[in-house]
Design a protein around this ligand. Structure first.
Ligand SMILES: C[S@@+](CC[C@H](N)C(=O)[O-])C[C@H]1O[C@@H](n2cnc3c(N)ncnc32)[C@H](O)[C@@H]1O
Length: 291
């Protein structure tokens, strides 16, 4: 397994995933009761945008870089705020000699976003199987009694750690999609997890590259009878190109009631900013309705 998220950190797909995650976390944070975040494929937690990998692809420039250059309405800025606050929080310690003109030097992955937004009563579990990446994640998370970094396989975590004792929270499933059968594993893992914890919010990320595989995945979720499922499709361009990721999608099970409307506003504003040709397109719709 060669996947290294550092090449892609802060790109359009991270932006889309992370704004959705932070909207869910903002919603969970409205009530005092503790919540739990379970991140089954956590990655390194924090990425150096001036580092070798990020510089080699430059993908972040069309993602977080483009967002920081864009102008948004006050309503969109308010929805982006929790995510951008977390981005700012990890950059405060950036050295002055940053090659990025003293501005953006680091980008927070999902574990650091969760950590920055969590309150004292909230808890986080981060699973990462690659030892080198896990060591980086441990360093990024630091000593935090609210958070645990585990070597547990993310697919097993869906069985082992559900339901959490807080009985509220979000499970992020964000595998690298490098192995065949990943779409099926995702749909199957979700169905199993829901058997253990039907009330949790689940956020699943998938690439839009092989359209037939995506259609098959969505049909599998529909057939599994999973209720209350939102599908978000984000297209960077309208023309498909074989073997190229032209967009990404997210499945949200049990979304907060505010989420669909928020994302229509937010992703609608991000589509032209992140697009690589034309205006891009964001679609937010129910894959399966509430029962
Ligand atoms: C797409 S990246 C995660 C990005 C992260 N969720 C974020 O948004 O910042 C996927 C990560 O999963 C790790 N991984 C691969 N297979 C895994 C498994 N079976 N269990 C846990 N982690 C795994 C990879 O090493 C990689 O770091």
């Amino acid at each position: 397994m060669n996947y290294r998220h550092a090449f892609h950190a802060g790109n359009f797909a991270d932006v889309v995933k992370h704004v959705v995650l932070t909207r869910i976390l903002a919603y969970l944070g409205r009530k005092d009761a503790a919540y739990r975040v379970i991140d089954t494929h956590a990655g390194a937690g924090l990425y150096d945008l001036a580092g070798d990998e990020a510089r080699r692809t430059g993908e972040w420039e069309g993602g977080i870089g483009a967002v920081l250059r864009a102008r948004f309405t006050p309503a969109v800025r308010e929805l982006l705020a929790p995510w951008l606050e977390a981005v700012r929080a990890v950059n405060e310690a950036a050295p002055d000699d940053s090659v990025l003109a003293g501005q953006l030097r680091r980008y927070p992955g999902s574990p650091r976003l969760a950590q920055v937004l969590a309150r004292p009563q909230d808890r986080m579990l981060f699973c990462e199987t690659q030892p080198g990446v896990r060591a980086a994640l441990e360093e990024a998370v630091g000593r935090d009694p609210r958070a645990k970094v585990l070597a547990t396989d993310g697919w097993q975590a869906l069985n082992a750690y559900l339901p959490p004792k807080e009985r509220r929270g979000v499970v992020l499933v964000d595998p690298p999609f490098e192995e065949p059968g990943e779409f099926h594993r995702l749909a199957h893992g979700l169905a199993e997890a829901l058997r253990r914890w039907s009330g949790g919010i689940y956020l699943l990320w998938y690439p839009i590259k092989d359209v037939r595989a995506v259609d098959g995945f969505r049909r599998e979720i529909e057939r599994a009878g999973i209720p209350k499922t939102l599908n978000i499709q984000f297209d960077l361009r309208t023309v498909r190109q074989a073997d190229t990721m032209t967009g990404c999608g997210l499945i949200v099970v049990n979304p907060p009631f505010t989420l669909a409307e928020e994302l229509r506003t937010l992703l609608g504003a991000l589509a032209p900013v992140l697009a690589t040709d034309g205006a891009g397109r964001a679609r937010v719709g129910w894959l399966t309705p509430e029962r």
